[in-house]
Design a protein around this ligand. Structure first.
Ligand code: NDP
Length: 237
């Protein structure tokens, strides 16, 4: 895989996904993002996709392959949601929606992407998890379960498709400088920062750099790995 690879980033219309998509595009790759509604961000091509719907995922890949002129070689499964609630108050709907989007959504995309990758005998699957997946977080039983599930998914894909030039890895960001973290009350922000050895939140660009690395030719022998981008917050987990 040289430059100019075909890259699909789910949920690439905003946030971390957008930053990842721009990083690939800036490096000369052919990028398509998925978005649920509206228009794709300026300068990027997009296809509509709801990752909770198999038909929508299949149609999005078909449309992306048409735009890209070939199969997706790098899949970044980034689309994700939170529906935080304490365990005893968490509804089935809150649990199911988060699992269906974050875990089953990544599965649907990886399954569809694998078809083209197997034919090409190369591919990179990068699943965006979270430090919370292995560290846990009160009020996020649904989210943590969905994010740790991605580890089993990546490792099973590795055992199944590792012999065909395909890698599957998990990138697990910690706290990232986003609108969400900017809006935190000062006291809460200080508490979080005190638990992070790096003493600061990460930039989305630092997440994108790790994603680009595991998607690179140089990372051909890295598969089934969990790459933390968390300033040391979750180390050992
Ligand atoms: P945002 O909330 O900014 O963006 C989420 C993206 O996922 C949006 O593009 C959204 O689309 C898309 N999405 C949500 N549900 C679906 C769906 N059913 N089908 C298709 N797309 C969907 O999130 P972030 O950028 O903050 O997070 C991106 C990823 O990084 C997530 O997986 C998140 O769990 C993970 N992460 C984030 C951290 C952080 O600090 N922000 C820390 C650790 C991990 P739409 O615009 O249509 O809603």
């Amino acid at each position: 895989m040289a430059e100019g690879r075909n890259v699909l980033v789910t949920g690439g219309n905003r946030g971390i996904g957008l930053c990842i998509a721009r990083a690939f595009a800036d490096a000369g790759d052919n990028v398509v993002i998925t978005h649920r509604s509206g228009e794709p961000p300026e300068g990027l091509r997009g296809v509509t996709c709801d990752v909770t719907d198999t038909a929508s995922v299949d149609a999005a890949f078909t449309a992306a392959e048409e735009l890209l002129g070939g199969p997706v070689e790098v899949l970044v499964a980034n689309a994700g949601v939170t529906k935080d609630q304490l365990l005893m108050r968490m509804s089935d709907e809150e649990f199911d929606t988060v699992i269906d989007t974050n875990l089953a959504g990544a599965f649907r995309c990886a399954r569809r992407a694998s078809k083209g990758m197997i034919r090409l005998r190369r591919g990179r699957i990068v699943l965006i998890s979270s430090v919370v997946g292995l560290y846990g977080s009160p009020g996020q039983a649904n989210y943590a379960a969905s994010k740790s599930g991605l580890v089993g998914l990546a490792r099973s894909i590795t055992r199944e498709l590792g012999g065909r030039g395909i890698t599957a890895n998990v990138v697990a960001p910690g706290f990232i400088e986003t609108d969400m973290t900017a809006a935190l009350p000062e006291e809460r922000r200080k508490q979080y920062l005190a638990s992070i050895p790096a003493g600061r939140f990460a930039t989305p660009e630092e997440v994108a750099a790790a994603v680009r690395f595991v998607a690179s030719d140089e990372a051909a022998y890295i598969s089934g790995a969990v790459i933390p981008v968390d300033g040391g917050l979750g180390m050992g987990h």
